[in-house]
Structure formats: structure tokens, C-alpha cells
Design a binder for this molecule. Structure first.
Ligand code: NAD
Ligand code: TDX
Length: 354
């Protein structure tokens, strides 16, 4: 098993990166964790409650595209593994502004890879891993049946997923060309605490609480496969420690839902908690124009990670979604902070005001 003594986490102030750091540090005392994050709208140090006091933790505000900074950090901190989360992650934003997606997701990954490769090749770094956190969206869309496996050809449809697929292929090339010890994980849709309320689940919770319309794209019959963020974090740790370099591992919860069913479920859970009459919040559901190039269905086969590394999700959706709703209700101050200012401009552009 590969157990690193110092890791560089990129994008560790975002939704999944912060969850990974929190759980990884608790489970691996003594391992140094350096968090490199530029703090875009999606990065928030308040996602890392308690972590900042740990003497093994260091935060560096900086850009993954800055090769000099990456080089310095890798050498100075004697980094043995890079866990790469940093990205532009929202499909709708990639449709209105694709450029930054190519810069961060493609170029940023290439810069990190190149600096990591040089660091790995330099004397004194015998043990090294580069884990690239990718997504099931690189496989494109499914019809009503079937699953994405690691052999499914890449066929991304949005600028976001195309930029992630581009980065996956560069990671692959570094393994094939240089023998650089890289791994890729491709996970399905995550949910849980600290997710930015531009994504389906936190957006709907936020709007239900605020009594605002719930914008469901198209006919609401698109399917996503939902996994609790903590299970994604545990899968990444499992692959980092046990995965063979050069391999790809799909990660998923075997938990497919139509969007409309998720929205209705959230309405019902919140009616109960807010003391509203049963069915009241469903009245907020509003079907809106479909997302451009909207993928119909994602469904992951996570058979390989289970078979080869013994990983399985620990959350049932029933428990995870209830806990998530309760977390958002108990953390109004966090939601208020991230939905003020620039968020309002985004929301207005995306949904035309209300
Ligand atoms: P997020 O948008 O919440 O966080 C991204 C983080 O990256 C932010 O903290 C941001 O400040 C940072 N960042 C952006 N550009 C940067 C740069 N140039 N330099 C340094 N830091 C930068 O994203 P997330 O939902 O936590 O996703 C994390 C990763 O997981 C992404 O690579 C995403 O593609 C992948 N992923 C996400 C999901 C999901 O459901 N959210 C599913 C599968 C895979
Ligand atoms: O307001 C909305 N209304 C709506 O119907 C929003 C924000 C979304 N949707 C639909 C679109 C999708 O079919 O809900 C589904 C989920 O949408 P998102 O939360 O934006 O997620 P998705 O596009 O599936 O992508 C997510 O999963 C894979 C993450 O954002 C990616 O980073 C990850 O790679």
C-alpha cells in the first residue's frame, strides 16, 4: 500500500476537495497536507472548519497554472502525492463562458503534470502518485439502459466535460509516455454539505427555503447517479493508496434518480422540517428551457473499484439526503455568505431574476 508522507491537494477549498482534506487528515495523522487553491467564487476556506488548526496543514492561495509556484511547493514540502481537484466545475457556467474551463482544467492540469513529473524524476523522490479527479461526464450520455465502464469511449458533450476529458487524456499521455505514476478517478454526481448552491440539490434547497421558483430544465426526466461526497473522498483515498498507476477507476453510488423526483423529494423533506402543509413546496416547481446539449442519463458501473480495491459507498441516499437538508438548514450563515454579491448576478443571468 502506498502511504504518502506529504500531499499537495489542489482545489482543496472547494466542495469535494475540502471534504477530502477534512477526512484524509483525520484518518492519516502525521501526513502533511498542502492545499493549493486560488479561491474562485467556488473556493471558501470556511469549508475547512477545524482543519486550519492542524499543524500538518498549510494553505497556499495560488494558481495551478503557475508552474514556478507549483515547482517550489513540490520541492519545499517534499510532496509524495498530488490529489488534483482544482477545476471549473459547473456545466451551466461552461456554456456561457467556456474559455476559463479550458485554461484551468486543461492547461492547469498540464502545468501540474509537468512540474510533478520533473519533481518525480529528480533525485530523492522515489515514491510518487498523481491522482486526477475526473467525472463520469467525460463518457457523454447514456440511453435508458446501460452503464459507463472504464472502457466506455470518451464522448463529452459540454465545454465542461470536454475540458475534463482533455485533462484526462493528458494525464493518460504522461503515464504512457513517461511512465509517470498517474491515476484517474471518474465519479458520478456528488451531494452533501458545503456544495455551492448553483448545483441542483443545494440550489433547490436554497430556493425552497426562500419560497422561490424551482427551475427544472426540460422535462425533468434527465437521470443522474448521486453519491455522498464523503463516499467520494473515501474512494479517492482508496485509489491513492491501492490503485495501480496508469489505471482508471469509476466511482458511483448505483443510485439513479430523475431530476424531477429529486426536486419533489426535497420539497417534501423541507415541507416537513419547515412546518409547511404537505405538498406546498411542490407548487414552486417551474419547468424552464432545457440546458443546451443536456446529457440525458449518467449511470456508473463501480464494479472495478469494488472488485479490485474493495471500495463501496457507506451512505444510503435516504440518510445522506436527509442529513444534507438538515445541514443546509443549520448553516444559513454559510449559505447567506456564498449567495450574496456575485452569486446574485450569476443567478439573474442564468434564470432571469426570480
Ligand atoms: P468546486 O467548483 O466546488 O471547487 C473547485 C475548487 O478549485 C475551488 O476551490 C476553486 O477555487 C479551485 N480552483 C479553480 N481554479 C483554480 C486554479 N486555477 N488554481 C487553483 N485552484 C483553483 O468543485 P467540486 O465540485 O469540489 O469538484 C472538484 C473536482 O471534482 C473537479 O475537478 C470536478 O471536475 C470533479 N468532480 C466533481 C463532481 C461533482 O459532482 N461536483 C463529480 C465528479 C467529479
Ligand atoms: O437549476 C437547475 N435545474 C436543473 O434541472 C440545475 C442547476 C440543474 N438541473 C439539472 C441539470 C442536470 O440534469 O439537474 C441535473 C444536475 O445538474 P448539476 O447539479 O448542474 O450537475 P451536472 O450537470 O450533472 O454535473 C455535476 O456532476 C458531474 C457536477 O456539476 C460536475 O462537476 C460533475 O462532474
Amino acid at each position: 500500500m502506498f502511504v504518502p508522507r506529504a500531499i499537495l491537494v489542489t482545489g482543496g477549498a472547494g466542495f469535494i476537495g475540502s471534504n477530502f482534506i477534512t477526512h484524509f487528515m483525520a484518518a492519516n495523522p502525521g501526513c502533511r497536507v498542502v492545499n493549493l487553491d486560488i479561491l474562485t467564487y467556488a473556493g471558501n476556506l470556511k469549508n475547512l472548519v477545524g482543519v486550519e488548526k492542524n499543524p500538518d496543514y498549510r494553505f497556499v492561495r495560488g494558481d495551478i497554472c503557475n508552474g514556478e509556484l507549483v515547482r517550489e511547493l513540490l520541492a519545499e514540502e517534499r510532496i509524495e502525492a498530488v490529489v488534483h481537484f482544482a477545476a471549473e466545475s459547473h456545466v451551466d457556467r461552461s456554456i456561457t463562458g467556456p474559455e476559463i474551463f479550458v485554461r484551468t482544467n486543461v492547461l492547469g492540469t498540464q502545468v501540474l503534470l509537468e512540474e510533478s513529473r520533473r519533481h518525480w524524476e529528480a533525485k530523492g523522490v522515489e515514491r510518487f502518485r498523481f491522482l486526477h479527479v475526473s467525472t463520469d461526464e467525460v463518457y457523454g450520455t447514456l440511453g435508458e439502459t446501460g452503464y459507463f465502464t472504464e472502457e466506455t469511449p470518451l464522448a463529452p458533450n459540454s465545454p465542461y466535460s470536454a475540458s475534463k476529458a482533455g485533462s484526462d487524456l493528458i494525464v493518460r499521455a504522461y503515464y504512457e509516455t513517461y511512465g509517470f505514476p498517474a491515476l484517474i478517478t471518474r465519479c458520478s454526481n456528488n451531494y452533501g454539505p458545503y456544495q455551492f448552491p448553483e448545483k441542483l440539490i443545494p440550489l433547490m434547497i436554497h430556493n425552497i427555503v426562500a419560497n422561490k421558483p424551482l427551475p427544472v430544465y426540460g422535462d425533468g426526466r434527465n437521470v443522474r447517479d448521486w453519491l455522498h461526497v464523503k463516499d467520494h473522498s473515501s474512494a479517492i483515498e482508496t485509489v491513492l493508496k491501492g490503485g495501480k498507476p496508469g489505471e482508471v477507476f469509476n466511482v458511483g453510488g448505483n443510485n439513479e434518480w430523475f431530476n424531477i423526483d429529486i426536486v419533489q423529494l426535497l420539497c417534501d423533506l423541507l415541507d416537513e422540517r419547515l412546518g409547511r402543509p404537505k405538498g406546498e413546496s411542490r407548487g414552486l416547481i417551474t419547468f424552464v428551457k432545457d440546458r443546451l446539449g443536456h446529457d440525458r442519463r449518467y449511470a456508473i458501473s463501480a464494479a472495478k473499484i469494488k472488485r479490485e480495491l474493495g471500495w463501496e459507498p457507506s451512505y444510503t441516499f435516504e440518510r445522506g439526503i436527509a442529513e444534507t437538508v438538515d445541514w443546509y438548514l443549520a448553516n444559513g450563515a454559510w449559505v447567506e455568505e456564498v449567495t450574496s454579491g456575485a452569486y446574485r448576478d450569476y443567478y439573474e443571468k442564468q434564470y432571469g431574476g426570480e
